[in-house]
Design a protein around this ligand. Structure first.
Ligand SMILES: Cc1cc2nc3c(=O)[nH]c(=O)nc-3n(C[C@H](O)[C@H](O)[C@H](O)COP(=O)(O)OP(=O)(O)OC[C@H]3O[C@@H](n4cnc5c(N)ncnc54)[C@H](O)[C@@H]3O)c2cc1C
Length: 586
């Protein structure tokens, strides 16, 4: 594909004749939907992707692009095949139940084949991310390296004019007007920001120069960065693969309004874009991959009406297609706490739009940070996996909106930043002005400003500091497993996760339990076929990604446990719909 060439993929609904037939209609253009479209293309099938928003990529475009994929690489001296068995035993303990064990087994068996097929035949490439531990390090079989894979950066110029259609990354995770550093760059750029004059800072700045220069040129030419990283790279690579295959059309700003069920199952979908409608006949399957329910009406009925502004999920996830699935008998299955969670803070944007900042890894588990409730008391382990932390916050907070506070001292803010305030303290003044950040000359003043009873915050921090000096946290066990230590700072001794909160001034930001994806979703079998109330598959209807009930049963055992199954079950669904052909596609 020539750089800058126009789209061969995106079409208007008016370009699709009424009554056209496709092998598949895929609803949603996130990682799940696009993976299904790519796999279908590899098997020679024609696909219509229908996307409700004007952008491609959904929440998937906002992610780190990490997939939890046991069986792709050796782990702790075990071959990939051996590790698959160990990972299976780990999952038995680490997930929230045992009803979906068969689906997890299928996932583990099928994972490496799906990824190998993508890597062999499409533009999608991954690499092994070392030191990305499983999240429940105390559970037997947890691994430190080898199960998390990440998508490789991508040159978005390959997409030509369609580059502008890829949903941009979360702006709080970008710098300089849209440069989204990948994981390694984030580490390097933090050193530049925190210690610009140090030898390491200067070396990193020299190394970053070409990347930054290209980004600035991109802003002039494309009005966005053309070097796609993380979730943007995953979506860019899937889209480029569709372009190469030439088997799919993507229609934006359109959605399904009816599903028609014939003898063999769903045989037609009516699509509407607000100006026109088309009935599309479907010969192999309808794939529902619309990104889950958490921003739709079920936010009220399932999540108890948590404020929408806490949601880090892209705005398309309103479950608008879900009632159609239910109209043909699909069953929405609840599990765990229904969603996946992370602590989020709410930095106001310059345009008045607040986009949540998910606190995944960059601050809360580092030395010098503590989380307290609104009374000023510690109530959890700050270095726990973000989903677990979100659940604890939900259980502790009153759902009406009481925040917890992430507290840090001057040293920690300078080293690591705090939320939208960058390492080196960049952005501090603005964030003090807009109220995102609160600063106290001492802990007494900070506690006062946060509305806490006199002395409580100081007492909490005094106790915490005594633990930090010893490198042990008898209250909550912080830094006890490889995940928690990895989240910390290796330079911190004896416990990488624990450092005192001692150097004034002191800072706080408000944090809330924010949803980052759906755990509850449509009940499916191990081919991702949607099931009815009797547990029977509804013909030619599949659910994937956040629309499929998570195979982890509400648990969050490792990094990438939503995108991994999204891609792998996309392959399984397509294979099933194509009649389970032997071996790879021709
Ligand atoms: C900041 C962040 C980082 C994350 N990082 C990771 C990670 O690294 N690894 C991981 O495994 N998980 C991660 N997650 C979770 C992950 O993002 C989601 O679970 C995953 O993206 C869901 O993919 P999907 O394809 O099902 O949905 P989406 O990517 O949300 O795509 C769904 C698409 O469907 C469209 N749509 C909605 N309704 C309709 C309709 N009626 N008709 C047509 N189209 C419709 C939406 O507009 C959207 O474009 C992260 C989440 C967040 C918020």
């Amino acid at each position: 594909m020539k750089r800058g060439s126009p789209s061969t993929v995106v079409a208007g609904l008016h370009d699709i004749p009424d009554g056209s037939e496709f092998d598949f209609v895929v609803l949603g253009s996130g990682a799940a939907g696009l993976s299904a479209a790519v796999f279908a293309g590899l098997y020679g099938a024609r696909v219509l992707v229908v996307e409700r928003s004007g952008l491609i990529g959904g929440t998937s475009a906002l992610t780190a692009g990490t997939l939890w994929l046991p069986g792709a690489y050796p782990v702790d001296g075990r071959s990939p095949e051996e590790d698959r068995l160990v990972a299976g035993r780990y999952l038995e303990q680490a997930t929230g139940g045992d009803r979906l064990a068969a689906l997890r087994g299928r996932y583990l068996d099928a994972a490496s084949d799906a990824i190998a097929l993508l890597e062999r035949r499409t533009s999608v490439t991954f690499f092994r991310r070392d030191n990305h531990p499983d999240y429940l390090g105390a559970v037997r079989g947890a691994a430190v390296s080898g199960r998390a894979i990440e998508v490789a950066d991508f040159d978005g110029r390959v997409l030509g004019a369609d580059l502008r259609l890829v949903r941009p990354p979360l702006r709080n995770f970008t710098i300089l007007g849209g440069l989204a550093p990948n994981r390694d760059e984030t580490r390097r750029y933090s050193v530049i920001a925190a210690r610009p004059a140090s030898r390491e800072g200067v070396a990193n700045a020299v190394r970053a120069f070409p990347r930054v220069a290209r980004h600035l040129a991109d802003l002039l030419i494309h009005r966005r960065s053309s070097r796609l990283t993380l979730g943007n790279a995953l979506i860019g690579r899937l889209l480029a693969s569709l372009m190469r295959l030439g088997t799919a059309r993507v229609v934006l700003n359109a959605q399904p309004v009816t599903l028609t069920r014939g003898e063999a199952g769903i045989d037609a979908v009516r699509i509407d874009d607000g100006r026109s409608s088309r009935t599309i006949r479907v010969s192999r399957g309808v794939i529902c991959a619309t990104g889950g329910f958490t921003r739709g009406p079920r936010r009220e009925s399932v999540l108890g009406g948590l404020p929408l502004e806490w949601s880090a999920v892209a705005d398309g996830a309103r479950g608008t297609a879900h009632s159609l699935l239910e109209s043909v008998g699909a069953v929405f299955g609840r599990q765990g706490t229904d969603a996946f969670w992370a602590p989020v803070s709410l930095p106001p944007g310059r345009d008045g739009r607040t986009e949540p900042y998910p606190h995944f890894a960059l601050d809360r588990g580092k030395p010098g940070f503590v989380i307290v409730d609104r009374l000023g008391r510690r109530y959890l382990n700050e270095a726990d996996p973000y989903h677990l932390l979100g659940e604890k916050m939900l259980a502790h907070a009153d759902r009406a909106g009481a925040p917890s506070f992430l507290i840090a001292d001057e040293s920690a803010v300078r080293r690591y930043g705090i939320g939208a305030v960058r390492p080196g303290g960049w952005g501090r003044r603005r964030r003090l002005r807009d109220g995102y950040l609160t600063r106290g000359r001492d802990l007494g003043e900070l506690g006062d400003l946060l509305g806490m009873a006199p002395g409580v915050l100081s007492e909490t921090i005094e106790r915490f500091n005594s633990f930090a000096e010893r490198g042990e946290d008898p209250d909550f066990g912080r830094g006890a497993d490889p995940y928690q230590r990895n989240l910390g700072d290796a330079r911190q001794r004896p416990n990488p996760s624990l450092g005192v909160v001692a150097r004034p001034p002191f800072y706080a930001i408000r944090i809330y339990p924010g949803d980052i994806g759906s755990a509850s979703g449509f009940a499916t079998d191990e081919h991702a076929r949607v099931l009815d109330a009797g547990g029977r598959p509804i013909g030619r209807l599949y659910a994937l990604g956040a629309d499929m009930r998570s195979i982890m049963e509400g648990g969050y055992p490792g990094p990438g446990i939503t995108l991994g199954p999204a891609v792998v079950f996309a392959h399984l669904a397509i294979r099933d719909a194509m009649g389970d052909p032997p071996g790879d596609p021709p």
